[in-house]
Ligand binder design. Structure first.
Ligand code: S3P
Length: 438
């Protein structure tokens, strides 16, 4: 198959079926943890050294934003060194902060900026400017932040006139680590104790990393309380491989007959292992080996073998724990025996694209029967996917999911607009090529 290399700009890719997926790979660092390491490192006292940092476009947007606020960040290619100046060490940027495609950058940084005594404007690319921001603007405004934006403060660009925050107790209507973390960052600057509770627990990387940096916080059932005004101390952080990136390769090995793959050094934080639970419940053979802990996060190697998958029902608390993995799970469902239903997943409609609509329309092109629901979908597995042309909708995870589907399709898949893969997984195509057997 013809695959692009790292840093090569390719709009369209044609991928042909393979006979097996085998070998040993290491996926790049976790995107969520990489973002948080820059953010907390920038407002801590002293130097934070980060190993395994993900150099995807999203994380580079975060790094650029903090450099624009005067933080010295060195990158020698192996490690990142962030020279933090304490809670009040940031300075007013001279220009708009462009968060690119990154929802995590814009939502978390907005919380942090709400606590600064200077003015900022944050924006992003054409996709990010369509995504809902009211979910952070509303609670931050309740804390006393003055934030305005397009469409009554619900869309970027957002203008933030920060400072003078007070603590709140917030019941989030959605389970979202971005909302929770945005409020936690603002809470560092608020008078008193700020709490956030969510319907079910979303990824808790912020809670773990805040603690590592010396923040004063308590966690309770689906919630967290943080005390304002406590200074943080720079740390050494080793970022584990991203389970969201590993999931594409898990699904690749599960659906391709004769496959056997070892994915090394993957973060297995229980708030992120929903896909592991779902794929196993579908009959996927996935073994955890060499379980250990690094920088407050559990890590393991994943050994995956091809398996006959079966359809299942997915809903409830597992959904936020697998939220980014649904595009890949949909491919597994399309290759499974029987019907898979996904419910309680309305959040998929406001990701980098509407992932329910994008997966449904593209799966239909490959001959799969899909019923779309407001909060999910029903997918009937087929014996074999057909070939066709896929539109990624500018969404990295849609592009990678269908790249995985191509491994077992009857005929080549043409996938349009695959440049977006660089936002989270710049080495995806070289790795896919490495494990593919023709
Ligand atoms: C993220 C949280 C999730 C996830 C995103 C990364 C984070 O978003 O989809 O890719 O790093 O906090 P929500 O919190 O909005 O569900």
């Amino acid at each position: 198959m013809q695959l692009p290399g790292i840093g090569v700009s390719v709009k369209t890719i044609t991928l042909s079926p393979v006979t097996a997926v085998t070998g040993e790979i290491t996926v790049p660092g976790d995107k969520s943890i990489s973002h948080r390491s820059i953010m907390l490192g920038s407002i801590a006292n002293g130097t934070t050294v980060v190993r395994g940092f993900l150099r995807g476009e999203d994380n580079m947007s975060t790094m650029k934003a903090f450099r624009a606020m005067g933080v010295k960040i060195d990158d020698d290619g192996a490690t990142i060194a962030i020279h933090g100046g304490g809670l009040h060490g940031l300075s007013e940027p001279t220009d708009v902060l462009d968060c690119g495609n990154s929802g995590t950058t814009i939502r978390l940084i907005t919380g942090l900026l709400a606590g600064q005594s200077f003015f900022t404007v944050v924006t992003g690319d054409q996709y990010l400017r369509k995504r809902p921001m009211k979910r952070v603007v509303e609670p931050l405004s309740r804390m006393g932040a003055r934030i305005t934006g397009r469409n009554k403060g619900s869309l970027a660009p957002l203008a933030i006139d920060g400072g003078g925050l007070h603590a709140i107790g917030y019941e989030s209507p959605v389970s979202s680590a971005q909302i929770k973390s945005s409020i936690m960052l603002a809470g560092l600057y608020a008078d008193g104790e700020t709490s956030v509770r969510e319907p079910s627990l979303s990824r808790d990387h912020s809670e773990r990393m805040f603690r590592l940096f010396g923040a004063s916080l308590d966690t309770f059932n689906n919630g967290v309380t943080i005390r304002g005004g406590v200074e943080l101390t720079g740390q050494e952080i080793t970022v584990p491989g991203d389970i969201s990136s590993a999931t594409f390769f898990m699904v690749a090995a599960l659906i391709t007959p004769g496959s056997e793959l070892l994915i090394k050094n993957v973060g297995i934080n229980p708030t992120r292992t929903g896909a592991l639970d779902i794929l196993r419940a579908m009959g996927g053979k996935i073994e955890l080996q060499n379980e250990r802990e690094e920088s407050g996060e559990p890590v393991a190697d994943l050994y995956v073998c091809s398996s006959q998958l079966k359809g299942i029902s997915i809903s409830g608390e597992v959904v936020p724990r697998a939220i980014d993995e649904f595009p890949a799970i949909c491919i597994a469902a399309a290759c499974a025996e029987g019907v898979t239903t996904i419910a309680d997943a309305k959040e998929l409609r406001v990701k980098e694209t509407d992932r329910i609509a994008a997966m449904a329309s593209n799966l239909r092109i490959l001959g799969v029967t899909v019923e779309e629901h407001d909060d999910g979908m029903t997918i009937s597995g087929v014996e074999q996917l057909s070939g066709g042309t896929i539109d990624s909708c500018g969404d990295h995870r849609i592009a990678m999911s269908f790249s995985v589907a191509s491994l077992v399709a009857q005929a080549p898949l043409v996938i349009n607009d695959v440049d977006c893969v660089a936002t989270s997984f710049p080495t995806f195509y070289p790795l896919l090529q490495q494990v593919s057997r023709n």
